[in-house]
Ligand binder design. Structure first.
Ligand SMILES: CC(C)(COP(=O)(O)OP(=O)(O)OC[C@H]1O[C@@H](n2cnc3c(N)ncnc32)[C@H](O)[C@@H]1OP(=O)(O)O)[C@@H](O)C(=O)NCCC(=O)NCCS
Length: 358
């Protein structure tokens, strides 16, 4: 679709919005590293506008370390951004393409009041052109259940590959005495360590070894949120999280006799929405299963957060819908299923033909 064609589709809607005003839109590549403070604020305004429409119960974001959040990636990753703005500079939509080796991961949001006018397709075409230039074989995207995204992506040939359920724990509902019992019910032979912000160097090799378990038991997802399996990548990953304003907390169960990391649970408290934490990996190494380690370390994490992050109200976690082990622990802690998070994938040649032919 040409820029002109998009203008003509947006015109009537925008004119209804602001009678008598001719509205033009333009698409351009955007670099949040050099963007003005006003543009960063404009991005935040768009993001919160989208959240209000699609995830009204989620906390709104603030601008704390927001530029760093948008700019910083892992050393071997990079991200390209595009904006669609109207003639006043208001951001109507944005797309981001994160490149992880030969896989591109897309995010694309359009302001609710201009949806259905072609902005999404306009942005998707820019992403498809870039993907073709870079010769990716496929593009992945996370689609939030109950939003218009599933229909949008399906209409461009994206196929559903994997589903996770998001669950939310409201800390006001937690039975803290029970959680303390869960944390204390640790079998002998293991010791629990709590780390905030970083991991000590001497723990990194054992920690990376434990993370290999996820590799050996693939969940079936496309690794849109990849784990770090070696010490250098782990170190880089922790540094990246801190720079992006995502404060990491890690609770590990160490097997005393061997020194191996038998279980771990990771969580971040984002500066951009510090009342809601994001759970990352929880792993119990199979030879240490059935001792209640997962239960004990997740309970301990909650107790630590209560002390160290008094502003925290909720924790959100995602787990595969066909995996019951952690679902049981989460239920006992008080997590409540919220909505599905689905991964979609498209072959880039297929996408290119669909967006240009649409
Ligand atoms: C999905 C999204 C990007 C679509 O953007 P958009 O600008 O409205 O899409 P377009 O107007 O370019 O539509 C392109 C095509 O997608 C399809 N489509 C888009 N929205 C649709 C809907 N609600 N119902 C049915 N089809 C839809 C149509 O096939 C449309 O083709 P058409 O123009 O021939 O009718 C937009 O709704 C959005 O930003 N959603 C965010 C949802 C989300 O994930 N929120 C949570 C994160 S905080």
């Amino acid at each position: 679709m040409s820029n002109e064609e998009l203008d003509s589709r947006l015109g009537p809607l925008s004119n209804r919005d602001r009678p008598g005003k001719l509205v033009c839109v333009r698409l351009r590549e955007w670099d949040p590293a050099t963007a003005s403070a006003e543009e960063i604020a404009g991005w935040l305004d768009l993001y919160n506008d989208v959240m209000s429409a699609d995830l009204p119960d989620d906390p709104r974001w603030n601008d704390d370390q927001l530029r760093e959040y948008l700019v910083v990636t892992m050393p071997d990753e990079r991200r390209t951004w595009w904006l669609v703005q109207d003639d006043d500079g208001t951001i109507l939509g944005y797309a981001g393409l994160l490149v992880l080796s030969d896989l591109g991961v897309l995010e694309l949001y359009v302001r609710p009041r201009v949806r259905g006018t072609g902005v999404g397709r306009f942005l998707l075409r820019a992403v498809a052109d870039q993907a073709a230039t870079e010769h990716f074989s496929s593009l992945g995207v996370e689609v939030v259940g109950g939003t218009p995204s599933a229909t949008f992506y399906s209409s461009y040939g994206f196929g559903h590959v994997y589903t996770e359920m998001r669950s939310i724990l409201s800390l006001s509902t937690v039975d803290w005495a029970h959680v303390a019992e869960m944390a204390e019910a640790l079998v002998s032979g293991y010791v629990v360590q709590v780390h905030e912000g970083d991991l000590p160097d001497d723990l990194l090799p054992a920690y990376a070894e434990a993370k290999q378990v996820r590799r050996a038991n693939p969940t079936g997802d496309m690794e849109l949120r990849p784990s770090s399996y070696d010490t250098d990548r782990l170190r880089a990953s922790l540094q990246c999280l801190n720079q992006r304003g995502l404060r990491p907390y890690i609770v590990v169960a160490v097997h005393e006799r061997t020194g191996v990391v038998a279980g771990l649970t990771e969580l971040v408290v984002p500066a951009q929405h510090p009342t809601r934490a994001d759970q990352y990996d929880t792993i119990v190494v199979p030879t240490h299963n059935s001792y209640g380690l997962g239960r004990a370390i997740k309970a301990r994490m909650l107790l630590e957060l209560r002390e160290r992050e008094p502003q925290l109200r909720e924790v959100q976690t995602w787990h595969a819908t066909d995996r019951q082990e952690l679902a049981q622990v989460n239920k006992e802690l008080g997590f409540v299923a919220d909505r599905e998070w689905r991964e979609y994938e498209v072959d880039t040649d297929e996408l290119a033909s669909r967006v240009s032919g649409a």
